[in-house]
Design a protein around this ligand. Structure first.
Ligand SMILES: [Zn+2]
Length: 314
């Protein structure tokens, strides 16, 4: 067993509906069999609907994913259970269970009705990205050609509703203006669940130094993404390339603000050495060999995201 407690703040495993969801063992990047090889593992599972679906279609897609997710959790309840706050996470860890933390990536299914946001809350969703790459009624996404616009007034209301309910706001896929709208309006710490440093790899899905410092000021966390395109900008990237992003964020004073957001099953391929969740320990082993203190490795592996959940989710 690997001695690490890990929080991975993003995967697309349960939204991959083109193949039947087999959560115990599958040929994707992540499954129960591989996660239970770690001391503890908390996995964020994103609900995601393809951008061509309208609000109704996207909502129905999320309902389907949630139903399958519950079927799988019921079948493998000996190993994994849904968690929504720090108390439930600690309880699951104490019984050697994997924690499954539900998130929503993109606000299309919310449509124009914030009551739907409350419905997602009732399903246990505790982290929401107002947009994916495309824009929606809540705001402008990172993938727009000319993303100069930010959150809509409905998007700003959604952020304040998320603050009131205790849902983490995820800025990973927002346009820069949407990011700054969240930074200004969000009542507490927020997250970029799967984004890297733009200073190291100039991609619009990565954060500028100014953005990272805003996350730090808010007491939030950025999950390091293992997709080579966001690590080196090319098709190949290794653990040491990802560590360059970590070191850059550390140089900006981010020791309490760095976590993992591997993006498993949302990417075609990962780092050279990390083909899936079974290899994540290699990152921490490498940091150990580089003389990172165990306390800092533990922060990045799990404690920073656990602290964010504790601060936001009730
Ligand atoms: Zn994503």
């Amino acid at each position: 067993m690997y001695s690490y407690t890990v929080v991975d703040a993003h995967c697309d495993t349960i939204s991959e509906l083109y193949r039947p969801l087999r959560l115990y063992q599958n040929d994707g990047h992540l499954d129960i069999k591989r996660l239970k090889a770690y001391k503890n593992w908390l996995q964020f599972f994103a609900l995601w609907a393809p951008p061509q679906l309208d609000a109704v279609g996207a909502f129905q897609r999320c309902e389907t994913i949630i139903r399958q997710f519950h079927e799988q959790l019921a079948r493998y309840s000996a190993y994994i259970e849904q968690v929504a706050n720090i108390k439930e996470i600690e309880s699951a860890f104490g019984r050697r269970k994997i924690g499954a933390f539900l998130t929503l990536e993109g606000g299309v299914p919310i449509g124009g009705d914030l009551a739907v946001l409350d419905w997602f809350y009732a399903q246990g969703v505790r982290c929401i990205a107002p947009t994916w790459n495309n824009s929606n009624l809540l705001g402008t996404g990172a993938g727009e050609e000319d993303p100069v616009t930010g959150l809509t007034s409905l998007g700003k209301q959604a952020v304040s509703r998320m603050n009131a309910l205790g849902i983490i706001v995820d800025v990973s896929h927002l346009s820069e203006k949407s990011f700054w709208d969240v930074a200004q309006d969000c009542a507490g710490p927020f997250a970029a669940t799967h984004s890297n440093a733009r200073k190291i790899c100039d991609h619009r899905r990565n954060l500028t130094d100014e953005q990272f410092l805003a996350v730090v000021r808010a007491g939030g966390v950025v999950g390091m993404n293992m997709y080579p395109l966001f690590v080196t900008g090319g098709k190949k990237a290794g653990i040491d390339d990802l560590i360059r992003h970590i070191e850059h964020f550390l140089s900006l004073g981010g020791a309490d603000n760095i976590g993992l957001g591997c993006d498993f099953d949302g990417i075609d391929y990962g780092l050279e050495e990390i083909k899936g969740a079974e290899h994540v320990y290699l990152l921490f082993d490498r940091m150990r060999r580089m003389n990172y203190p165990d306390s800092l490795i533990a922060k990045i592996a799990s404690e920073n995201f656990l602290g964010l959940i504790k601060a936001v989710c009730r």
